[in-house]
Design a binder for this molecule. Structure first.
Ligand SMILES: Nc1ncnc2c1ncn2[C@@H]1O[C@H](COP(=O)(O)OP(=O)(O)OP(=O)(O)O)[C@@H](O)[C@H]1O
Ligand SMILES: *[C@@H]1O[C@H](CO)[C@@H](O)[C@H](O)[C@H]1NC(C)=O
Ligand SMILES: *[C@@H]1O[C@H](CO)[C@@H](O)[C@H](O)[C@H]1NC(C)=O
Length: 258
């Protein structure tokens, strides 16, 4: 049902039908591959914003044009279901409703950082994340094991592997971190360089951000190398004060990191 009263939010923007295929990998040019799932979704940035505003209770109106085709008809129905005025949603014979073909491959990795940690974390987080990255205090909350050394972090790693984690990283401040994986269930200490720390606030987020960057942009690097580089970036961040203000830019870092 549309909210009563005058229109509060008018969105002029795109309205697209998403055609989403889930595959194990992306096809090469001209190649046909099997997908394991397909679904149609309502998308487009303008329409998304309008839907969110409507769901929060705003009286909304969308201005856009769709094709006189089944995707267009369905989209208008979707606006109506969400209580959005479709008075200015046009339909044309001259063009098709916009579609976006989206392929989601299984190579998109999930990195989970249990912050703030709760002892009763839903066990699915252990099994669903590709990488489970926590600091010393989070490790203790989750496992009950106090962490003061790389050896302790190794014990935490083994417990988390038993809970279904595939790869665990425990960060140890100036000591760098410890990694352990199902493929190689022997804890490996990856030390950080010796630096003069000024302010370690936000070092953990710098580390996790760097980890995500290297995993996404340099998928061929070994995890140990990804961690070594992420340690380096985080150790740069502790040499300046503040959180985001201490995060280095690519142009200011040694270029052999990239
Ligand atoms: N004193 C330090 N010297 C060098 N590197 C450091 C130092 N402190 C932190 N780091 C780097 O930052 C990473 C994350 O640090 P830490 O384990 O303290 O995370 P955190 O406790 O989540 O940080 P915070 O909560 O302060 O943001 C470490 O693995 C290491 O790479
Ligand atoms: C670990 O991260 C938590 C946030 O979840 C933070 O409150 C805590 O201070 C961090 N622990 C250490 C040892 O820095
Ligand atoms: C990564 O490795 C694959 C397979 O070995 C190779 O085909 C690809 O070119 C490499 N990518 C990069 C960016 O080095």
């Amino acid at each position: 049902m549309a909210a009563a009263g005058p229109t509060e939010v008018v969105v002029v923007g795109s309205c697209m039908t998403d055609l989403v295929s889930l595959t194990t990998r992306l096809p090469k040019a001209g190649e046909t591959i099997h997908g394991h799932k397909f679904f149609i979704g309502f998308g487009g940035k303008g329409a998304n914003q309008c839907i969110q505003a409507a769901r929060l209770g705003a009286k909304t109106l969308m201005i856009c044009k769709v094709g006189k085709d089944s995707f267009g008809n369905d989209y208008i129905e979707n606006f109506k279901r969400n209580g959005i005025s479709t008075e200015f949603v046009g339909q044309t014979e001259d063009a098709a409703t916009g579609t976006a073909s989206i392929i989601v491959n299984s190579e998109v990795k999930t990195l989970f950082n249990p912050a703030p940690a709760h002892a009763e974390l839903d066990p699915q987080f252990y099994t669903h994340a590709d990488i489970f990255c926590c600091n010393e205090s989070e490790a203790e909350i989750l496992t009950g094991i106090p962490v003061g050394s790389p050896e302790d972090a190794g014990k935490v790693g083994l417990v988390l592997l038993e809970r279904g984690c595939k790869l665990v990283i425990v960060t140890l401040g100036a000591e760098g971190c410890v990694m352990i994986s199902v493929d190689e269930p022997i804890p490996k200490h990856v030390p950080a360089g010796k630096v003069r720390a000024v302010d370690t606030t936000g070092a953990g987020d710098s580390f996790v951000g760097a980890l995500a960057f290297f995993m996404a942009c340099y998928p061929n690097l070994s995890m140990e190398e990804v961690i070594r580089r992420s340690n380096f970036i985080a150790s740069v961040s502790v040499q300046a004060s503040g959180t985001q203000s201490s995060y280095p830019y690519r142009k200011d870092l040694p270029q052999d990191l990239f």
